[in-house]
Design a protein around this ligand. Sequence first.
Ligand SMILES: [Zn+2]
Ligand SMILES: [Zn+2]
Length: 241
Amino acid sequence: MEEELPGVVSTRENEELIIPASTTIEMPENASDLEIKYEDLPPMPERRLKEMWSQSSGGSCLVTCITTVLMLWTHLLTVQSMDLPETPATICLAMMWSCAVLAVVCLVGLLFSDPGECKRSPEVCFPIPEEVREKLLKGESTSHGLSNIIVDAETPELAKTYCVRCLLWRPKVKYHHCSVCQRCVGDFDHHCGVFGRCIAGKGIGPCGTGNMKYFVGMVIAGCGGELICIVWFMIAISLTM
Ligand SMILES: [Zn+2]
Ligand SMILES: [Zn+2]
């Protein structure tokens, strides 16, 4: 079998089309990416784990303490005020337990669910912008001296941004690179200094995205628990006076 020579394209058997050296061969649009493979990309930026850990452990302790104090307080009020009617007392305790369970579920959800971080894949990593490619080929960090690259489009939904730290393309709208978590997050709201996680997503029901539903659930549980406690305390005081 005949070997194909470089620069020579076989057309038909025994007939060859020789491309002159001066001819420029049209390269594919992302030809520059041929030099960097997906597997060659540097790892994702390191998270500020110490900060995240101290924030999340502080938040967990806070939630545990507040829940325990409110539960103890409600139980003590119920036990000490023997004159209190049984039905309201049972309802109050049931509501307090519901708030406590909701708080624990939301805490676990906040700590362990994905807020909507952008994941790397060949589809979102290429094409690599020229300035980023040059830095990568030189072995330099892309996090310094480069700004995110923005591609504007008439329709905002089609506009996209290249994150020079995560090294990926993401939709321009509502995506943000968190400096603590060191990830790009969709529908970003804020980085919570209490729970050490990005708070992001839409909707608060079971179909909601990201971890916003857990954050809202936590606020409801906290406010609800405190409200029940205050109301129950006022009822107890008025009945015992
Ligand atoms: Zn990023
Ligand atoms: Zn974050």
